[in-house]
Design a protein around this ligand. Structure first.
Ligand SMILES: *Cc1c(COP(=O)(O)O)cnc(C)c1O
Length: 384
């Protein structure tokens, strides 16, 4: 086995433990454990500042943040989403009694195809949820144009994109609202957590209300809200991790560069590139197998696992192939040719705090060696 300890795709990035302990001491001294305590307020201000957005409403996780944003925007009927995303994007709609309509992706960017989105609009469509997949910006301008033309709401699932930029601007200001996940395995974490960010004052107010049962005062409830609150201890983690964010980025970037160098002259796969923005989280190292190598993807992943390299087949096989969507919309795949092709080719490689550039070189070397050996087997088979 190449590694005695498993190498993960999303081992948590954690900041300074002493700073965290100091904040936890403060929580115990004040006994303010939840309900918009001082650490939550501070974290929300810092994140809004970091992203250059007017409001950050923190949440207990990204999925509830999506549900609340969906509800606050008043979405109804059908909402267009990519199938090639983490299943929570679709589940959030389903839990709100809405129909996710799965659109295809552009095979180059892995983000929504504008033509596919256009082709799926019906009189029941109320909105579009774009996903900044792998942290690379969704086609925001094109989606805005479609939304305006058809009078649709537009929001974004930015769960992969914390700390990333789009055309020189931090991701977080597009559409009516954007949603982040601060789950433990995400680039920036609060153990569990998330946020809705928006520049819309009234929308932010409605979302805050929904997050806290609809309470406007001690005994006055004006809305059937839910409980989406982030606890203080999570905010403490967020503050500490935010202070280390540049170090997390530097670590991921060095890993990414090590993979890039090791794969540079290999044409059996392509390492997905990121735009040259001033800032980016490099959270996902995504390789797309090419040519003959594609048919060996699952074998490669199994062999990586056998070496304690926990590579992943994200987001195979696409949400439309998962229940309840597979049963509810058995023909959805007809609209999703690129999703099927991409989902069969992708392997996501370990990075983050459990991995350093020397590990990445070993992982890449192993992958190259395996792909070359599959190719040789094939040549041998063909000559029999
Ligand atoms: C992680 C993730 C979510 C869900 O966030 P949680 O905080 O785990 O609830 C939603 N959408 C995408 C694209 C994700 O990757």
């Amino acid at each position: 086995m190449l590694f005695s300890e498993p190498l993960h795709v999303g081992k948590p990035n954690v900041g300074d433990r002493q700073q965290f302990d100091l904040l936890v001491d403060r929580i115990f001294e004040t006994r303010w454990l939840s309900n918009s305590g001082p650490l939550v307020v501070e974290l929300e201000e810092r994140i809004a500042d970091y992203l250059g957005v007017r409001h950050c409403v923190s949440m207990c996780n990204g999925t509830v943040a999506l549900e609340i944003a969906i509800r606050a925007l008043g979405l109804t009927g059908e909402v267009i989403v990519p199938s090639y995303t983490f299943v929570a994007t679709a589940h959030a709609l389903h839990w709100q009694g809405l129909t996710p309509v799965f659109a295809d992706i552009d095979p180059e960017t892995h983000n929504l195809s504008l033509d596919s989105v256009r082709s799926l609009i019906t009189p029941k469509t109320s909105g579009i949820i774009g996903v900044h997949l792998w942290g690379r910006p969704a086609p925001v301008a094109g989606l805005e144009e479609i939304a305006t033309e058809h009078n649709l709401e537009l929001m974004f699932d930015a769960a992969h994109a914390f700390g990333n930029m789009d055309s020189g601007r931090m991701i977080g200001s597009s559409g009516r609202a954007e949603v982040f996940s601060f789950h433990a395995t995400k680039f920036f974490n609060t153990f569990e957590g998330g946020a809705v960010v928006t520049n819309d004052d009234a929308l932010a107010e409605r979302i805050r209300l929904m997050r806290n049962f609809g309470f406007v005062d001690f005994d006055e409830v004006v809305y059937p809200g839910t409980n989406g609150k982030l606890p203080e201890v999570s905010a403490a983690m967020g503050l500490v991790n935010l202070a280390s964010i540049d170090a997390f980025i530097a670590n991921n970037r060095a890993n990414y560069e090590a993979y890039r160098e090791a794969f540079a002259d290999d044409d059996s796969l392509e390492l997905l590139s990121f735009a040259d923005e001033p800032r980016g989280n490099y959270q996902y190292v995504v390789v797309e197998l090419a040519g003959e190598a594609v048919q060996h993807r699952d074998r490669l992943v199994a062999e990586l696992h056998a070496e304690n390299i926990r590579a992943r087949k994200y987001f195979w096989p696409g949400c439309h192939q998962m229940e309840p969507y597979k049963g509810l919309y058995p023909n959805a795949g007809e609209n999703l040719p690129n999703t099927a092709v991409v989902a069969d080719r992708v392997v996501v490689l370990p990075t983050g705090s459990s991995v350093d550039p020397a590990d990445c070189a070993v992982v890449a070397g192993f992958i190259r060696e395996r792909l070359a050996s599959y190719a040789l087997d094939q040549v041998a088979d063909a000559s029999v």
